[in-house]
Design a protein around this ligand. Structure first.
Ligand SMILES: O=C(O)c1ccccc1NCC(=O)[C@H](O)[C@H](O)COP(=O)(O)O
Length: 214
């Protein structure tokens, strides 16, 4: 199995190029103004335009309304929309049907019950991204550099394609893969030298560690 690697929260051509060079299968662009990784739709479109064919563009939206979602798809032409708020299966299924764009839903994993309840997205999404929940009410919905108990995933019967996120970095990603068997890994803040500032060396190290994990 070729493990997929998503580098999220990219905002410059140089770091997008670093992710591509490192072998990322997906690059993520966050369109959510409170995030230090926020990019405008025009910036996301420009970054996306330079991607080679084999690397997919993931646009991160958080409870975006229909106008923003439609404009985002028209401008950015993402390969994937990652819904990272409280979006329902019905909403995601509607957007997916109307736009034809692959749909992921991030799930903040608090317990085994969270995982079992995520089955309600089956048929509405193409992938679930299991992430840590926001550490406190004031935190961002994602990109917090926080992990969760990977053991919950080891015993979960996955009904939907999935990926692992939350506090991953070059030093722990191999262990995360060994512990969960994740077919896709996703990282953001653990690859930064400062909030929103991606470090090309950490991107390369993360991709290498993920690629060579057992
Ligand atoms: O990265 C952000 O700033 C962000 C803000 C709002 C919603 C989602 C966000 N990131 C989504 C991702 O897919 C992150 O890669 C994921 O949450 C893992 O982040 P990290 O724990 O920092 O690696």
């Amino acid at each position: 199995m070729t493990r997929e690697i998503k580098i999220c929260g990219l905002s410059t051509p140089e770091t997008v190029a670093a992710a591509v060079k490192a072998g990322a299968s997906h690059v993520g662009f966050v369109h959510f103004e409170p995030s230090p990784r926020h990019v405008s739709l025009k910036e996301a479109a420009s970054l996306r335009a330079d991607l080679p064919g084999g690397v997919k563009a993931v646009l991160l939206l958080v409870n975006a309304d229909i106008e923003t979602t439609a404009t985002a798809v028209e401008l950015v032409r993402p390969d994937v929309i990652q819904f990272h708020g409280s979006e329902t299966p019905e909403w995601i299924a509607l957007v997916r049907e109307k736009t034809g764009v692959e749909a992921w839903r991030a799930i903040g994993v608090r317990s085994a019950e969270t995982l079992s309840k995520s089955a309600r997205y089956r048929g509405a999404v193409d992938r679930l991204l299991f992430d840590a929940p926001p550490p406190e009410a004031s935190a961002l919905p994602g990109g917090n550099g926080v992990g969760f108990d990977w053991r919950l995933l080891a015993s979960h019967d996955h009904a939907v394609s999935w990926g692992l996120a939350g506090g991953l970095d070059p030093d722990n990603v191999a262990e995360a893969i060994r512990a969960t068997g994740a077919p896709l890994v996703d990282a953001s803040s653990g690859l930064e030298s400062a909030p929103g500032v991606k470090d090309p060396a950490r991107i390369a190290a993360f991709c290498e560690a993920a690629r060579t994990a057992g």
